[in-house]
Design a protein around this ligand. Structure first.
Ligand code: 3PG
Length: 201
């Protein structure tokens, strides 16, 4: 099964504290979301991924994967997929060596040529809003038949439908369901409510 067909909405999370990970994972599952991307932007990210492996029904991946060493660390911590903001042949190769799916980020046709030359069929489109939103994906995707896009960056509950209406967009991602402030304040019910609302929509 392709990664992007697992869940139409992928929360992107920046953890301040590893202790936020389990309540976050439980809150997302309660809202019906079974996939989460924990970014490696904070020191808590890796340990958060490690703790989330206690929830096997939640598919936990790592985001902001920039280097092969990040791939190794994320996979060792239990990441089951890897998301990058751009295309790196080294990152894709290291992920393949681990047998873990990688989702490189693309913003241009040149990026798409680089990604598809590496055998990648699913990409993150980032930063989606600034790049022109759904219209930009429709135009860029035309020569790249069979490539699936996960727009991210500026995707919200209000505009996610416009992206998901495109046939080449099986999933969107964004931080709105698990904003750092919600995690800091322990507002897990709100995370569940936003997750459920996104799925219902
Ligand atoms: C990211 O990498 O931070 C994601 O693209 C999320 O962007 P967002 O905060 O605009 O949802």
């Amino acid at each position: 099964m392709s990664l992007l067909s697992r869940c139409p909405v992928v929360p992107v999370v920046v953890l301040d504290e590893p202790a936020q990970a389990l309540p976050l994972g439980e809150a997302l599952l309660a809202g019906g979301i079974g996939v989460v991307e924990i970014t490696l932007r904070t020191p808590a990210g890796l340990e958060g991924i490690r703790r989330l492996s206690a929830l096997p029904e939640l598919l936990t991946g790592a985001g902001s994967v920039l280097l092969p060493s990040h791939v190794d660390a994320a996979v060792e911590a239990g990441a089951r997929f890897l998301v990058s903001p751009g295309v790196s042949a080294d990152v894709v190769a290291r992920a393949a060596a681990h047998g873990v799916p990688a989702l490189p980020g693309v913003a241009t046709a040149t990026d798409l040529m680089a990604a598809t030359a590496l055998g990648v069929g699913e990409v993150k489109f980032f930063p989606a809003g600034l790049l022109g939103g759904p219209a930009a994906i429709r135009a860029l995707a035309a020569p790249f038949r069979g490539v699936s896009f996960m727009p991210s960056g500026g995707v919200t509950a209000g505009n996610m439908h416009d992206y998901l209406a495109l046939p080449m967009v099986p999933a969107v991602s964004g931080s709105w369901m698990a904003e750092p402030a919600l995690l800091r304040e322990g507002r897990w019910d709100e995370v569940t409510a936003r997750a459920a609302a996104a799925l219902r929509a």
